[in-house]
Design a protein. Structure first.
Length: 91
C-alpha cells in the first residue's frame, strides 16, 4: 500500500464505448495476493500519478491479465469483459 492505496503488480487500460465522449477508459489492476480490492483507493493512486483527465472512471480487478507467450500485454482482449462487467454493475 502506498498512501493507503493498493500497489498494483500490473495495470492495463482498455477503452469502452461511451455515449457522451465516444470512448471512456477502464483500468484493470492485478494486485498482490491478500491486498484488499478497493476501487476508490485505486483511483487515489491514479490521482497521485497522472493528470486529472487521464484518471479512469472505472476500475476493475483481475487475478491475471491477458499476455502473449512472450509477456506482451493483449489489451484488446479486455474490451469485451470490460463492457460485460460494467453493464452487470450498472444493472
Amino acid at each position: 500500500m502506498v498512501g493507503g492505496a493498493p500497489c498494483p503488480v500490473e495495470v492495463m487500460v482498455a477503452g469502452v464505448p461511451d455515449e457522451r465522449s465516444g470512448e471512456e477508459l477502464v483500468a484493470w489492476l492485478r494486485l498482490r495476493p491478500r491486498v484488499v480490492r478497493e476501487a476508490d483507493a485505486a483511483r487515489e493512486l491514479f490521482r497521485s500519478r497522472v493528470a486529472r483527465f487521464e484518471i479512469p472512471r472505472s476500475v476493475l480487478f483481475a487475478d491475471a491479465l491477458p499476455m502473449t507467450v512472450t509477456g506482451k500485454p493483449q489489451k484488446f482482449k479486455l474490451r469485451e469483459p470490460s463492457i460485460t462487467r460494467l453493464a452487470a454493475a450498472s444493472a
